[in-house]
Design a protein around this ligand. Structure first.
Ligand code: NDP
Ligand code: 8X3
Length: 249
């Protein structure tokens, strides 16, 4: 048992990961913007088990303040789960909105590296672990994946490079690369279009938030000599589409 900091703990994977760890004896620090959702974790598991901080993870000052304000029982972090993130938009690059691109970069990349850097000294001191939630979109290109996939390719390579820099420290780094999973992800990506979200997942038997929480739990609780360095996961219904050819273009 230890203390886990989970970003994006108000919904989807992050909420399920926070609940999995809090329900199994860990202390959990839960970050996200929606305070009402985070409060549900405290109601469910108690303030001695879950500490929440509601802020925008892109706001470095707010992040530093949240870390500085951790109560005594939550200061010794053993596990960082960098989960907060989003895709915004499905347009091709040439039709995309730059503001959406910046939001993805600021959240999925800049905030993730900032929090990681701030916590590295104590993770090293505690021989802790980092689990980064990347995506298959960082490896497999698809139409409209442009910057979202680019941010996740960054996360995947950052994870690999972190492992090298942390060589000999005992800190474990795991990059988890899920494929299609039904969460609020598509609602966020489409600006709240429930019909598109429902249609995407219908009949696909997508990955669930519980599948990811169980995986993070397994990875984090392996014996300390084992590091799952990267893990790609897809629903059985999903596979890579392959190459395309535009004739006489
Ligand atoms: P959800 O939309 O259900 O959850 C996203 C979480 O990230 C929410 O808790 C949200 O909290 C938080 N978040 C987003 N932006 C910010 C921000 N600026 N500041 C603080 N918190 C933020 O999506 P998922 O659970 O599916 O996504 C979790 C991670 O998994 C993401 O990194 C995503 O890219 C990745 N992923 C998702 C897949 C999928 O198919 N669903 C597949 C592969 C990877 P709030 O809005 O309250 O701030
Ligand atoms: C989310 C998975 O395939 O929708 O990261 O981009 S995918």
């Amino acid at each position: 048992m230890g203390t886990a900091l989970v970003t994006g703990a108000s919904a989807g994977f992050g909420a399920a990961i926070a609940a999995k760890f809090a329900g199994n004896g860990w202390r959990v620090i839960a970050f996200a913007r929606r305070a009402d959702r985070l409060a549900q974790l405290v109601e469910r598991f108690g303030a001695e088990r879950v500490h929440v901080a509601a802020f925008d993870i892109r706001d470095e000052a707010a992040m530093r303040a949240a870390l500085a304000a951790l109560p005594a029982g939550f200061r010794d972090i053993d596990l960082l789960v960098n989960n907060a993130g989003l895709a915004s938009g499905t347009a091709k690059a040439q039709d995309s909105d730059l503001a959406q691109w910046r939001q993805m970069i600021d959240t999925n990349v800049t905030a993730l590296v900032t929090l990681t850097r701030l916590l590295l000294p104590q993770l090293i001191e505690r021989r802790g672990a980092i689990v980064n939630i990347s995506s298959i979109s960082g490896t497999h290109p698809y139409t409209g994946g442009n910057v979202y996939g680019g941010t996740k390719a960054f996360v995947t390579q950052f994870s690999a490079n972190l492992r090298v820099d942390l060589h000999g420290t005992g800190v474990r780094v795991t990059n988890i690369e899920p494929g299609m999973a039904e969460t609020e992800f598509t609602l966020v990506r489409t600006g709240g279009n429930q019909a598109v979200s429902d249609k995407l997942y219908a009949g696909a038997h997508p990955i669930t938030d519980t599948d990811i929480a169980d995986t993070v739990w397994w990875v984090a609780n392996l014996p300390p000599h084992l590091d799952v360095t990267r893990l790609e996961m897809m629903p059985v219904s999903q596979s890579a589409a392959g190459l395309q050819v535009a004739r006489d273009a």
